[in-house]
Design a protein around this ligand. Structure first.
Ligand code: ADP
Length: 639
């Protein structure tokens, strides 16, 4: 049984909602569930109020940004106006209707595009001196968070790393996990990763394999690639065929070199696939439909193994190559294509790119299954960069998995793909209006730690639908001292958004632009919202700074991380049916792929059942594919 033919196509089924009639997958692929109380442009307006509050794009607002609120006059912020003018306008306006922006926090060395995108969306940057410790919604860093950061996470916050995600992003760890899976579930299933030896530990095993190959008559001699386990960007890599050329002075993996890559006009390329895991427990995986095809900038030639510009596809290397800026026939200038362009190219040559992508998605699922279980942690996510090489038989190979995939912008293709990717990530994080208040503010509920069973349909962590707290209530509850910095932050954000308007209107798609406004708008009060507001008049802790509220201390989980339980309903679940949202922007949910997979990943990850399910699904699809082919052949012969 060959993996690629047996467990393919789960994605087709997922997208078409064919076999397994899940309401959460039956929706159109491009649908994105709006948050409660939010109306999207184009969505059918349920009421006059919601029609009034329909978010408008920057372009709609003419020479300024129109911040409208339900049934109230809009606050026009003229682009380019001074901060003081802005302040006056904001101060003059009823504070109850001023929107609090979402707040991001960046650690050093985070690529500039992350800040740019968040500012484009109307977020403000966390200011340590002005704001309280917990007064942020997204913390982005390039290194792992401390366990205490995970322990003290608040419902309105998200962290961009999962604890211990390094288990698959270090080359030796990944090799070890995949080897273990090969042993446990069969090498056929896991044969998408080239054979690898971890040096120096596996030196004897490598020599044995090498010698066996040399001694067998007529067997082609493999090429090998030696990579330092914890370096990236092609640093320290060596390709060899003769063992006498193997030298290393740190821990490395020696991997069989794929010497028959798919070449386009003679150039090697690999795929940088973006994968976002919103939870490891239960496992929830999204792959990004758009991505980068990274070309080597000199023609592939096994006769010159030391030519890094012919054998390595890292942009960090090729951008310094002599041919980078030159026009390369069949490829163009630079060293990148988008997935869209690549897939169109494949289709021209009759390649079934959908099938290829199904195989790639299966690789992603099987790889991530290899590292489960990871410690349970709520409100975090991990963006991985999977490096996939396709060989000349159209078999995809997993080369490695990167945490912190490069977000630097080297060319216009980078800008287009990465900017949209970041916007879609923020969409995936599913912030609600209530998150802008950054406090535990639902009355009548203890803000303490509690376990929230993932599958409990309809039950939110707070006992009420999220997004019920209005701006007015927050203004009433918080002390003047806490409101003022928020207002200042809002004004700062407005200015920055105004200056970014022109740029962002060009830079990211209209759909996201409106979503950005969604985050900044005062939405009309839905009836339950108004009810909650009235009920909340006596909110405990009113008049105190929300961040210093004693309520917060109830919320903190205990430090025993292993027994840590989810404290809020997972943010990535749809409000409608408590299941992962099937598609957000260009992110497509690939796991769980059916009801059985969902059940098998609910309380711990039952890898065996999931793999069984993948196999079952694959065989079913194979049969239906064969039947379709037969039908097509029948039609053709009758013409
Ligand atoms: P790094 O983390 O340093 O980028 P990678 O494992 O991604 O290391 O390897 C860098 C490049 O080397 C890849 O982008 C690919 O072009 C090439 N490469 C790596 N492993 C293989 C392999 N087994 N077969 C063929 N090419 C490989």
């Amino acid at each position: 049984m060959v993996f690629t033919s047996n467990i393919s196509q789960c994605r087709t089924e997922q997208l078409e909602g064919m076999n397994w009639k899940q309401p959460w997958l039956a929706r159109t692929p491009s649908s994105r569930e709006p948050s409660p109380g939010v109306s999207f442009p184009g969505a059918s307006a349920g009421s006059a109020a919601s029609a009034t509050a329909r978010p408008r794009s920057h372009e709609d607002a003419g020479d300024g940004i129109l911040l409208s609120s339900g049934g109230r006059p809009a606050l026009r912020v003229p682009a380019g106006s001074s901060a003081s003018k802005m302040e006056m306008m904001a101060d003059d306006y009823d504070t109850g209707d001023i929107l609090r922006p979402l707040v991001f926090r960046l650690h050093e060395n985070v690529p500039a595009i992350v800040r740019e995108v968040l500012l484009e969306r109307g977020w403000t940057e966390f200011d340590k001196k002005e704001q309280d410790d917990a007064d942020w919604n997204l913390y982005w860093r390039n290194s792992p968070f401390r366990m205490t950061d995970h322990h003290s996470i608040k419902p309105w916050q998200r962290l961009n790393h999962y604890p211990e995600a390094v288990r698959i992003t270090r080359k030796d760890y990944l090799a070890r996990h995949l080897k273990h899976m090969k042993g446990a579930y069969g090498s056929a299933l896991y044969e998408f990763s080239p054979v690898a030896y971890i040096m120096p530990n596996d030196y004897v095993k490598f020599v044995a394999e090498y010698s066996k190959e040399r001694q067998s008559v007529g067997r082609r001699h493999s090429y090998w690639i030696c990579k330092p386990v914890d370096l990236s960007r092609g640093r320290g890599i060596l390709i060899f065929q003769d063992i006498k050329d193997l030298v290393y002075d740190c821990t490395v993996i020696v991997q069989r070199y794929i010497s028959n890559p798919l070449l386009i006009s003679g150039y090697k390329q690999d795929l940088r696939l973006y994968v976002c895991v919103t939870s490891f427990s239960p496992l929830t995986i999204y792959t990004y439909e758009e991505g980068l095809v990274r070309f080597a900038t000199e023609k592939f030639d096994l006769g010159s193994l030391d030519n890094i510009y012919a054998h390595l596809t890292n942009t960090s290397i090729n951008k310094y190559g002599a041919s980078y800026d030159k026009y390369k026939e069949g490829i163009g200038c630079g060293c990148k294509w988008t997935f869209s362009k690549f897939r169109s190219y494949l289709r021209i040559f009759g390649v079934d790119d959908v099938l290829l992508w199904q195989k790639i998605n299966n690789i992603v699922i099987l790889t991530l299954l290899a590292v489960t279980p990871l410690p349970v942690a709520s409100n975090c996510f991990e963006l991985f960069g999977f490096d996939i090489l396709i060989d000349d038989k159209l078999k995809p190979w997993l080369l490695e998995v990167n945490c912190n995939p490069a977000l630097c912008v080297d060319c216009s293709i980078d800008d287009t793909v990465k900017r949209k990717l970041l916007h879609d990530i923020v969409e995936l994080l599913n912030y609600k209006q209530v998150d802008t208040f950054r406090r535990n503010q639902v009355p009548g509920t203890k803000a303490g730690r509690r376990r929230v069973p993932w599958g409990t349909a309809g039950e939110s962590a707070t006992g009420e639908a999220p997004g019920l707290l209005t701006c007015r209530k927050a203004a009433n509850c918080a002390s003047a001292s806490s409101v003022r910095p928020a207002l200042q932050a809002a004004k700062g954000s407005i200015c920055r958004v105004a200056t970014l308007t022109e740029k962002s209107a060009r830079a990211y798609p209209r759909k996201t632009l409106t979503s950005q406004l969604r985050e900044r708008m005062n939405m009309p009060k839905i009836p339950s919202q108004a009810k909650a507001e009235a009920k909340n008049k006596q909110i405990p802790g009113a008049g105190r700074s929300p961040h210093k509220s004693a309520q917060l201390s109830h919320w903190l989980p205990t430090p025993d991380f292993c027994t840590y339980e989810l404290t809020t309903r997972p943010y990535f679940l749809s409000d409608k049916d408590q299941r992962p949202i099937p598609r957000v922007g260009d992110f497509v949910l690939i796991f769980p792929f059916n009801e059985a997979a969902l059940q098998a990943s609910r309380d711990g990850t039952d890898v065996k059942s999931i793999i069984k399910e993948m196999n079952k699904l694959g065989s079913k699809q194979l049969v239906s594919k064969q039947q379709n082919a037969k039908k097509r052949a029948g039609c053709l012969s009758s013409v």
